[in-house]
Design a protein around this ligand. Structure first.
Ligand code: HEM
Length: 151
């Protein structure tokens, strides 16, 4: 069987794993595309998060495409995303409350659009990445020397 047959519409760096995840979760590229688009429509009209995105993103097409590639890499292990999420968030004026709201909107969207297994798969990964981004952003905001060096 050709790689493309197992992951229709995309070429995965790990086609067997991608096919197994798709079968278990009901997720695929088309669904991730729709989830990302619905999620960011919510984000953009949210009072807390909307202005932060509006100040930085004027052309939403490339951002949405990058976010579909990101979720394809994270959820389906396709290796489609190459970027630096920590560097992108470090300079943003965000704290725990922003991550809480982001996750609330993400959970709501995933639960509406996915099977229970698909929603659980996405939410678990979103929570894990949000936690590491939150810590990285807080460390950047604290600046060098905020944590005493053990050296
Ligand atoms: C606290 C809430 C968040 C806000 C306000 C936020 C805002 C943004 C903004 C404004 C950008 C565009 C940066 C730029 O192009 O200059 C961005 C990029 C991105 N965000 Fe977030 N974000 C948040 C949380 C998250 C979380 C929880 C994830 C992942 C689970 C995430 C994943 C990404 C990714 C992958 C990019 C693209 C980075 C790149 O490759 O350039 N964000 N975010």
């Amino acid at each position: 069987m050709m790689e493309q047959d197992r992951t229709p519409g995309i070429v995965s760096a790990r086609p067997e794993m991608t096919a197994a995840i798709m079968a278990e979760t009901g997720l695929d590229e088309a669904l991730l595309h729709d989830i990302v688009h619905r999620f960011y429509a919510r984000v953009r009209s949210d009072d807390l998060l909307g202005p932060i995105f509006a100040a930085r993103i004027s052309d939403w097409g490339p951002h949405l495409e990058r976010m579909v590639a990101f979720w394809s890499s994270v959820a389906l292990m396709t290796g489609r995303y190459h970027g630096r999420p920590v560097a992108a968030h470090a300079p943003l004026p965000i704290a725990a409350s922003h991550f809480d709201r982001w996750l609330a909107l993400f959970r709501e969207t995933a639960q509406e659009m996915c099977t229970p297994a698909g929603a659980a798969h996405l939410i678990e990964r979103a929570e894990r990445i949000a936690r590491s981004l939150r810590i990285a952003v807080a460390e950047t905001q604290a600046g060098p020397g905020a944590v005493p060096s053990l050296a």
